[in-house]
Design a protein around this ligand. Structure first.
Ligand code: CTP
Ligand code: CA
Length: 219
């Protein structure tokens, strides 16, 4: 395997938004904290970082290149453009899974007839780009309300990942909190349960783990 020096990493973060009409959208409570914390840790580790981010209130680490996006489709095009040249892709973004099929050109009045929105799936960014994976090291995230490890393992396989960081939504972990509880799974039976920690600390641990796993893969 051959990697760039310094390592080139693409990190996605934050929520996406899918428009219903010009003033309304579908989104989720992601704040981007986990992805931005990983971006900072990656910069500190000397990696070159491209941060593809949905709308957040966070400031990106100075040393990384920020690619702001809004919709899942935009996130897909940006990641697709950066993927071939990267060594590592870490997808923390909470991409909205379904979007209105035909967003309305004008603001829908609330007094008008009941709003029925036909929805269609948003492209799966990770699953799509990972089909042309070469040497890239791919890390996904999985947020689940139940059956955490089974669902996460399924995603790891479906999306051709090297690691997946899974967390249960609720009780001290998940969206919009400063800390998280992660279970890290790999395709080779690798499994580590990390205790509750700040997202900054988890970011550093994850960057260290990716570094270790890539070094192991090289030997
Ligand atoms: N992901 C992606 N493109 C999507 C949806 C998710 O690349 N359209 C990525 C996320 O960034 C994350 C991983 O896939 O790294 C798992 O996301 P998650 O929402 O947990 O899983 P889904 O495959 O969307 O399945 P579901 O939401 O039904 O559990
Ligand atoms: Ca999803």
């Amino acid at each position: 395997m051959s990697f760039s020096s310094p390592l080139r990493c693409v990190i996605t973060a934050g929520p996406t938004r899918e428009p219903i009409d010009p003033v309304r959208y579908i989104s989720n409570p992601s704040t981007g904290k986990m992805g931005y914390a990983i971006a900072q840790a990656a910069v500190d580790a000397g990696w070159t970082v491209d941060l593809v981010s949905g709308p957040t209130h966070l400031r990106e680490p100075e040393e990384c290149i920020l690619y702001p996006v809004v919709t899942g489709e935009e996130m897909y095009h940006q990641v697709d453009a950066l993927f071939d040249a990267c060594d590592i892709l870490i997808m923390t973004a909470a991409i909205v899974d379904f979007r209105p099929k035909s967003p309305l050109a004008h603001k829908e009045k609330k007094g008008d007839a009941q709003l029925n929105i036909e929805m269609e799936p948003v492209i799966d960014v990770l699953k799509t780009v990972s089909q042309r994976k070469k040497d890239q090291f791919l890390v996904g995230f999985a947020a689940e309300t139940n059956d955490l490890e089974n669902y996460a393992m399924r995603k790891l396989k479906e999306k051709n990942l090297d690691l997946i960081a899974a967390n249960l939504i609720g009780s001290g972990s998940g969206f919009a909190l400063d800390s998280n509880i992660l279970t890290i799974l790999g395709p080779d039976g690798f499994r580590e349960k990390w205790p509750a920690a700040s997202k900054e600390s988890l970011g550093r641990d994850l960057v260290a783990l990716v570094t270790r796993k890539m070094e192991e893969g090289r030997t």
